[in-house]
Write a protein that binds this ligand. Structure first.
Ligand code: FAD
Ligand code: NDP
Ligand code: 3IO
Length: 383
C-alpha cells in the first residue's frame, strides 16, 4: 500500500502526530501492534497510576483537557481524554499490525515496511515517503540478567504486568528497582497485607508532585541551577536526611538530571513515610537468586514469594527499523540531543523519544508535522 506518511505506534505520540498532520491537511496512517490505541495506558499500567505532572504539562496538541479535569489526571481520566482526542480527530489506526522491519529504498526514495497482520498471520507491505517512529520509550519491559533468576520458584513479573497490591495479599514480595514504578508499586503492596521489600542500589532524587509543579513553573523564569537549588531545599525540609534508610541523593540536581540525561526524579506517593516506619524494607543490590530466596550484597539471604521487576523499559525501534542509524543509536533512542532529536535523514522522524513525557510528545508531534508540511509545500512549488 502506498502512503504519504506512515506512523508506527498508536500511543499518545502516534495519535498526536496524526492530529497535527491532519490540521495541516496531510493524510497519514497509523500501524499499531495491539488491538487498541494507548495500549500502555490501557493494558500495561497499574490501577492507581496518576499523571505525575500537572495537566497543563500533559495535554496533546490542539485539545486542552475539559475544565473539570483534576490537576493530576488519574489513568482512567487520561484514557477518557485520549478517547475524545481520537474521536475529535477521527483517528482510525490499523490494529494488530506488528511492524517487523522497515528500510529505506534509495532507488525509489521511499520507506518500505513489512508488517505482520497478527490476525491472519500474513505479511503486508507498505511504502511511504515519510516514516514516523512512534513506538515509545517503553516498548519492552527490561528484566536484568541476575544469576539464578531462571531457577526462582515463585512469581516473577515486570512492573508493566502489575495491576494492584491486592493480588499479593499475605505474600512476601521483593520489588527490584526504585524508579517511579518501583516506589509506587512498593507503596501499593504495603497498602495490602503484603510484606514488602525494595532493592535500592543507586542514588536518586525523591521529591513530591507539588515541588515538581513549582519547579516546572519556575523553569520558565529562572535558570536550571536555581530551580534545582530551590527544589532541593524544599525536598530536604520535607524529607530530612534519608541516608540512614539507604536513600542517597545524586550530586547533580533533579531537573538537571531530567533535562540533560532524561533521568526522572522519584515523585513520592507516600513510600518514604512507609520506609521510615519500617513498613517497607530497603535492600541493597542482589547478588544471586535461589529457588525461594534472594541473596544481597551485604550477605543477607531472605525468602520471597514473588519478585516484581520495576527495572525500566527499552525502546525497540532499533530492532524493526533496519536503517535506524538515519535517526537512532543502537539503543533505539535518538542520536541527536534535544531539541534536534526528532528529525533524521531521508524523511524519517521520531516522536516521543526525548525522555520528556507527554510534554515532549506534543513538542515532537508539532515539529514533525510542520517539517513535513514545509517539505510537501516546497516539492509542490518545484513541480
Ligand atoms: C508507568 C508509566 C507511567 C507514565 N506516566 C507518565 C506521566 O505521568 N506523565 C508523562 O508525561 N509521561 C508518563 N510516562 C511516559 C509515557 O511513556 C508517555 O507519557 C507516553 O505514553 C508516551 O507515548 P508514546 O506514544 O511515545 O509511547 P507508548 O504509549 O508506549 O505507545 C507506543 C505504541 O507503539 C506500539 N508499538 C510498539 N512497537 C510496535 C511495532 N513494532 N509495530 C506496531 N506498533 C508498535 C505499542 O503497542 C504502543 O501502543 C509514563 C510511562 C510509564 C511506563
Ligand atoms: N505516575 C507517573 O507519572 C509515573 C511515571 N513513570 C515514568 O515512566 C518511566 C519509566 O519508569 P520506571 O518504570 O520506574 O523505570 P526507570 O528506568 O525510571 O527505573 C528503573 C529502576 O530500576 C533500577 N534497576 C535497573 N536494573 C537493576 C538491577 N539489576 N538491580 C537493581 N535495580 C535495578 C534502576 O536503578 P539504577 O539507577 O541503579 O539502574 C532504577 O531505579 C520514567 O520516566 C518514569 O518517571 C513511571 C511510573 C509512574
Ligand atoms: O514521568 C516522567 O518520567 C516524565 O518524563 C514526565 C516529566 C517531564 N519532565 C519532568 C520533570 C520532572 C519530573 C517528571 C518530568
Amino acid at each position: 500500500m502506498e502512503e504519504v506518511v506512515v506512523i508506527v505506534g498508536a500511543g499518545p505520540s502516534g495519535l498526536a502526530t496524526f492530529a497535527c498532520l491532519k490540521q495541516l491537511n496531510i493524510p497519514s496512517i497509523i500501524l499499531e501492534r495491539e488491538d487498541c490505541y494507548a495500549s500502555l495506558w490501557k493494558k500495561r499500567a497499574y490501577d492507581r497510576l496518576k499523571l505525575h505532572l500537572a495537566k497543563k504539562f500533559c495535554s496533546l496538541p490542539h485539545m486542552p483537557y475539559p475544565p473539570n479535569t483534576p490537576t493530576f489526571v488519574p489513568r482512567v481520566e487520561f484514557i477518557k481524554y485520549i478517547d475524545s482526542y481520537v474521536a475529535r480527530f477521527d483517528i482510525n489506526p490499523k490494529y494488530n499490525r506488528l511492524v517487523e522491519s522497515s528500510f529505506y529504498d534509495n532507488q525509489q526514495k521511499k520507506w518500505k515496511l513489512d508488517v505482520k497482520n497478527l490476525i491472519t498471520g500474513t505479511i503486508e507491505h507498505y511504502a511511504s515517503k515519510f516514516l514516523i517512529v512512534a513506538t515509545g520509550e517503553n516498548s519492552l519491559g527490561f528484566i536484568p540478567k541476575i544469576p539464578g533468576l531462571e531457577g526462582f520458584g515463585g512469581d516473577i513479573l515486570h512492573s508493566s504486568e502489575f495491576k494492584s497490591g491486592k493480588e499479593f495479599d499475605g505474600k512476601k514480595v521483593l520489588v527490584v528497582g526504585c524508579g517511579n514504578s518501583g516506589m509506587e508499586i512498593a507503596y501499593d503492596l504495603s497498602n495490602h497485607g503484603t510484606s514488602t521489600s525494595i532493592v535500592i542500589r543507586s542514588p536518586f532524587h525523591i521529591v513530591n508532585k507539588e515541588m515538581i509543579w513549582l519547579g516546572m513553573n519556575l523553569l520558565s523564569y529562572f535558570p536550571l541551577w536555581l530551580v534545582d537549588f530551590i527544589t532541593l531545599a524544599l525536598a530536604r525540609l520535607t524529607y530530612g536526611n534519608l541516608t540512614k534508610y539507604g536513600l542517597h541523593r545524586p550530586t547533580r540536581g533533579p531537573f538537571e538530571l531530567k533535562v540533560k540525561l532524561g533521568r526522572s526524579p522519584v515523585i513520592d506517593v507516600g513510600t518514604v513515610g512507609r520506609i521510615k516506619k519500617g513498613k517497607i524494607k530497603v535492600c541493597p543490590e542482589i547478588t544471586k537468586i535461589g529457588k525461594n530466596n534472594v541473596e544481597f550484597n551485604n550477605g543477607e539471604i531472605q525468602q520471597f514469594d514473588s519478585l516484581v521487576f520495576a527495572t525500566g523499559y527499552q525502546s525497540t525501534a532499533n530492532k524493526w527499523l533496519k536503517d535506524y542509524a538515519f535517526i537512532l543509536g543502537g539503543d533505539g533512542m535518538p542520536k541527536n540531543k534535544f531539541p534536534s532529536h526528532w528529525k533524521g535523514t531521508n524523511a524519517v522522524y521520531c516522536t516521543g523519544l526525548s525522555r520528556r513525557g507527554l510534554a515532549g510528545v506534543s513538542f515532537d508531534a508539532q515539529k514533525v508535522a510542520d517539517d513535513i508540511a514545509l517539505i510537501l509545500k516546497s516539492n509542490k512549488r518545484e513541480n
